[in-house]
Design a protein around this ligand. Sequence first.
Ligand code: NCD
Ligand code: ZN
Length: 347
Amino acid sequence: MTKTTITITQPDDWHLHLRDGEALNSVAPFTARQFARAIIMPNLNPPVTTVVRAVEYLDQILAAVDGSDFEPLMTLYLTDNTPASEVIAARKSCFIKGLKLYPAGATTNSDAGVTDIRNCDAALEEMQKSGLPLLIHGETTDPQVDVFDREKVFIDKTLQPLTQRFPELKIVFEHITTREAADFVLQSGDNVAATITPQHLLFNRNALFQNGLQPHNYCLPVLKRDIHQHALLEVIRSGNNKFFLGTDSAPHAKNKKEGACGCAGIFSAHAAIEIYATIFEQQDALDKLEAFASFNGPDFYGLPRNNKTITLNKEDWTIPDEYPLGDETLVPFLAGQTVCWKLSETI
Ligand code: NCD
Ligand code: ZN
C-alpha cells in the first residue's frame, strides 16, 4: 500500500550555506522550519577562519532564526596557515564541529583555500588526535583537468594519499557526485563518510542543457553523467550508514545566477526534506529515509540523535518561482515544479 504520511525523527542538514547579512535573514528560517541542526559552511567573504569569527557568525545565525530551537553547528575554513592552536581552540569551543577544506579556487569564495594539503599537516595532526572531522570539497583545481573528472582526480591525487598519511582522521567527503567517490567511501574505514545533495540524486548533466542553458541547475561539483547519478541512487537504496543528508543549499541572487558568468550554487532549503522524500519514494526506499536524514549524520559526528519528529503528508504543492533574498530575489531548486510530499508538523 502506498503511504500517505511519514513520521521520522527530525533530520539535520550536514552541509549548508547560510551566507550573512540580509541574505542570512532571508534563508535561515527555511532550514530552521525542518532541520534541528545544520553544519554551517564557512565560505563567507572573508572566510570564517578563527573561533572568534565563528562565535560572531553563530550569533548572527541565532538572531536570524530567533524563536526557533535550531542549532547551528559551526565549521572553520582551513587555510595554508591554520595553526594547530586554532584546532585546539575549536575543539574546546564545543560548538565547532569540523574544519572545511576548499582547494584554493575550487568554488564560490574559495580564494583563501588550501594551495597544498601538506601545508596543513600541523592542523590535520591535531584534528586526527582530537577527532574533529575534516569536511572536504573534493575537486582538483588543475585547470587542465576536465571539469567532469575533477572529483576523480582529487581522489587519486589528494584524498587517497591523505587518508594514508592520516589513517585515523575523520573525513566527510562532501556532496559526492561520482561512482568513484561512492566506491572510495565504501572501501574506506568507518572514519570516512559522505554527504549527498538532492540535485545529484535527482539530475544528471543533461539537466544543465535541457531546452537551453539552465543556470539554476549549475552547482559545484557540477552534475555528472547518468551512470554516476545511478551509483548515488544505488547507495541510498542500500541504506549504507556512511552516507547522509547534506543539501549544499547555496543561495545566490537571481541576477548573479543568470548573468553572463553565472555563479555556482543551488538553493534547496525551501523544500529540502520534501524533495529527499520524493526521491526516496521514487526509489522505493522510503524506509531508508530516516537513517539517511536523521541517524547516520549524528552517529558519524558523535552527536545525539534528535528527540523530536517531523511528519510529511502526501500532498502536491507547487514550488514558488522566486523567494526574496535580502533586497534581491532567488530562484529556488525546482522552481514552478510540483513536489508530492509536504512537511506538516514538528513535535
Ligand atoms: C557553494 C556556494 O555557493 O557557496 N556553491 C556550490 O555550487 N555548491 C560552494 C560549494 O559548496 O562548492
Ligand atoms: Zn557547499
